[in-house]
Design a protein. Sequence first.
Length: 440
Amino acid sequence: MTAVIFVGPTLPAKEVAQHLDASILPPVRQGDVYRAVQAAPSAIGIIDGFFEGVPSVWHKEILWAIEQGIPVYGSASMGALRAAELADFGMIGVGRIFQDYLDGTLQDDDEVAVLHSPAELGFQPLSEPMVSIRATVERAVEAGVLPAETAEVLLQTAKAMHYHDREWKAICDVMDGQAGMSDFSDWLPEGRIDAKADDAREMLSRMAQQGAPSHINGTPVRVEPTLAWRELRARVDGEPAAGQAVDHGILNELRLTPERYAHLRDRALLGLLAGEDAQRHDRQPDRDALVQQMSAHRADAGLPRHADLMRWLEANGLSPQDYEALLASRASIQSAISARADALNAPLLTELRKCGEYTDLRDRAARKARAVTDPGPKNGPSADRLQVLLWYFETRLDQTVPDDLESYAVSLGLAGRDAFYELIEAEFLFCQSDGDPTGS
């Protein structure tokens, strides 16, 4: 088998493939190296890994892979950290960041940590790693762009920030007015260094040149079968069979209610087709769309606090990455619906005829058209928009008014917020004239 590379925000998968024929996997987390060894890869390369939210990769997994005769390389980010910690036990570290951790120049995990987008958006980095800030500032000083005194203050400023907030714009805004910062800001777009990407490329090149080394650095350590290690292996080994058995049982319970099964099957098919459509047209949901879907889901499911969401994920057997995929699926469905809003009208009318609701809705629409054009209601006091909104959502639907009415309107196949106001205002006036103020 080819090598396995765990990578995320440091390098795009396409660039990894240019350097090395490898199976490219998302950032490593606990259990992933053990899983990878099952396929007997020629080598394992660790670039990125999760630092928070999910358990990090165990040292013991890496040692066990080395014990099986599989070379394990590390560089740039989580890979550099683990390689520095396990260099004496056979892990192969590559790059300056690894060397800095190995000799103690770097010690903190946050030096390589970054905020990144979800898997569906390709793990795009959304903040700047401290190691790249240090390398960039060092180059600027050497080039005479930034005075040493300002450089020292800049590094202290960046280091004091949470790694989520480390962006060049934010750093430069704080440093505005300091000596040399104007020239540095102008130089930065061309002069900045991506230290993690440089080290990752070096590791991939070395792996491509060496292939599978005939020996492993250091002396492989025998992994003791501790209780924790046995539990991890048992959990990973049992995941597919146990998960499939549970899922099969759940679906059998659902099949006992045929109408509910058919409804959810159709929803699942919609999600599947929408996902395929998004891939075919390279139309993946952006971060704003995912955040919007998460806000809507948390509101619908009654999960106001982060702790509530974490409990919900655990109860539903979902990891944060699984949840991101769920949100991406919802966003893809919404995108597919919006793109075909006009084309859906005729099929919707067909479905109404099939289920026997067409004639009732047709007659109600005709009565409403007569009522809202009648001189009486038309000449009466106009309805206040806020009043109509509160009536429709809180009285009629028993829910709060959505934060984003524009998106809500589009989800109903309307042109936008104004068209939605017209829709519910007509309903409000009709219900008042019909003697049914609640619209029940």
